[in-house]
Write a protein that binds this ligand. Sequence first.
Ligand code: SIN
Length: 290
Amino acid sequence: MLKDADSAYRTISVQPQPTGFGAEITGLDLSQPMPPQTLADVKAAWARHGVVAFPDQPLSLDALEAFTLQMGAFGDDPYVKPMAGRPNVLELRREPDETASNFGAGWHSDWSFQDAPPAATILRSQVTPPVGGDTLFCDGARAYEALSPTMQAMLAPLQAVHSAVRPYGPQGSYARETAARTLQIISSKAAEASRTHPLVRTHPVTGRKALFISPVYTIGVEGLAEPEANAILGFLFKHMVQDAFVYRHRWRAGMVLMWDNRCTAHLAEGGYDGHLRLMHRTTVAGDAPV
Ligand code: SIN
């Protein structure tokens, strides 16, 4: 399943970013069902590079859903109202005159507070602004591997506490915003729930260990007092988003991007006030982190 060279793909062309984190995939038509070998190659490239971009794939919403289902079952997207008639598609639309913060503006791994967070998120660009609107990704595996063996050993037994309370709780950041937002957020008391996941998780395909935490959803470390957890998490949050571990994705209209939530975190940068940005997003179900 895992390729050890980008020339090993039989059906697609893979152009990795210089660091190897992130890659562009060409030589296929995502609007058509993928033959088994193409699907296997796409899955292998996604596992290897964490974030894969497919340029010039202006998929219809039906085709976006069909592509998603080839990757796996739909994930469950809470706290955001889906498109009418499409319960598994979020329309990320921000109008030129919106002043509310853009969706996904803090570092996070999608829905990491779920028992089994989504393996993949797929985002298709319809309208991209002429300035700003990039999505930044950090490589949790490389960030983990750069830690000292002593730090790695200290983190190994730790369970991180994840919750949706900061963004989606009744007093969360979205509930406190008063400016109008096109994307409808459903703040809820249910967001106050929390659960633990290994702070370092092992990727089921590559076997690589990765930091599985984010400032948006990770609110503590099991068994540690708040100041202790804050010290460790604060260090790790800064460590993982250093330039050396970050890939900046610059959008063009009609692009499809698929990222691996099991070993990456991301942030939507904003910076396009005065311009429309319109994207459509699906998720692929994942497993409980181990
Ligand atoms: C997100 O899913 O966090 C949003 C990403 C983006 O809009 O670039």
